[in-house]
Write a protein that binds this ligand. Structure first.
Ligand code: TYM
Length: 334
């Protein structure tokens, strides 16, 4: 298929097992986009250093995210699948964009404020300039479409601002990148406990991971919060019930969803049955991905080859952009 003009870029931090939020917010879109566009997908290992992880685990975590990308359907021959730290040009663009990012706006970023609350002992400059590095990842390929979940909306707005400021100061180089989802809206996959979202590092008992075994999936869903059911027909659903329906919409068939919607609206819903059905559909969805991930992880040589191939493609695009960037700024003296 002839690919469209627009370029796609996105990334995932190797900070733990990937979950349904990562899948439906990001990966599912990646898989469709790789057939239509020139795509750059990476493992954001440098971003993960902002929270000072145990770096002995880094290699295994990077391998896992790569394997989870491939098992979800990314074809390393169609898309560039690479590791952020392998592309040194990112660091140069990050430095240049830092001159266009203001302390006040960085301090106001929601993710920064969250981290300040969560880890007051480690409010480092990398954390403050996290959105600048993310903008560098995207602009490095002059990408305009960025498949991400709802939580990344503000980072994308900042990337657009940095792109606009660069263009205004040095000449038109970058498109303004937009957050993208094939559905109409960006999504947030909720956690099973009715509060917050699924997450790699928090809320682990209420998050469904692509690595969870069948029993774990069933048990987590069994524990999801419900109540005794609605007292009046066509009632509004409480958040935690809405969440169960939302998860069902991700993995169950139209008929199944319609049945439970009707049961809810006529006050005949049996949440035990609903959770059993959801668990069954979830197991059927996650199991093949989990099994593929395990097979891929056992082949380190294959993963090394994928990383090399991806880095080669990403470097080519990065070098071309940086030539233009240096030239536009005037960093050429002979
Ligand atoms: P990260 O690693 O936190 O998450 C990876 C992707 O998964 C999406 N996501 C969700 N979507 C829906 N519901 C959820 N509960 C949920 N949780 C996570 C995220 O929106 C994201 O798309 N800063 C980025 C990584 C990054 C990046 C980039 C992304 C670095 N450079 C350049 C895009 C472009 C992050 O921490 O994602």
């Amino acid at each position: 298929m002839e690919k469209k003009q627009q370029i796609v870029m996105s990334g995932i931090r190797p900070t733990g097992f990937l979950h349904l939020g990562n899948y439906f917010g990001a990966l599912r879109n990646y898989v469709r986009m790789q057939d239509e566009f020139e795509c750059y997908f990476m493992v954001a290992d440098l971003h993960s250093l902002t929270t000072h992880p145990d770096t002995k685990q880094l290699k295994a975590n990077v391998h896992r995210v790569l394997a989870e990308n491939i098992a979800s359907g990314i074809d390393p021959d169609k898309a560039a699948l690479y590791c952020q730290s392998h592309i040194y040009e990112t660091n140069e663009l990050y430095l240049i964009l830092n001159m266009l990012a203001y302390k006040g706006e960085l301090e106001k970023t929601t993710t920064f404020k969250d981290k300040v609350r969560l880890q007051p002992e480690n409010v480092n400059a990398g954390l403050l300039t996290y959105p600048v590095l993310q903008a560098a990842d995207i602009l490095l390929h002059r990408a305009s479409l960025v498949p991400v979940g709802k939580d990344q909306e503000q980072h994308l707005e900042m990337a657009r601002n940095f792109a606009k400021r660069f263009n205004h100061r040095y000449g038109e180089v970058f498109p303004e990148p937009q957050a993208f989802n094939y559905g109409l809206e960006l999504i947030k996959v909720p956690s099973l406990d009715g509060s917050g979202k699924m997450s790699k590092s928090e809320n682990q008992n209420a998050t469904l991971y692509l690595a969870d075994d069948d029993d774990t999936i069933v048990n987590k869903i069994k524990k999801a919060k419900t109540d005794s059911g609605p007292a009046t027909p066509n009632a509004e659903k409480p958040d935690y019930i809405q969440n169960i329906f939302q998860l069902m919409r991700l993995v169950s068939s139209e008929e199944v969803i319609a049945k439970f919607e009707a049961d809810f609206n006529s006050c005949n819903i049996r949440y035990g049955d609903m959770k059993k059905q959801l668990a069954e559909d979830m197991v059927a969805f996650i199991r093949p991905i989990r099994e593929k991930v395990n097979a891929i992880l056992s082949d380190e040589k294959y993963l090394a080859g994928i990383m090399e191939l991806g880095a080669e493609k990403a470097r080519k695009s990065a070098k071309a952009t940086m030539e233009i960037v240096r030239e536009s700024i005037g960093l050429k003296y002979y």
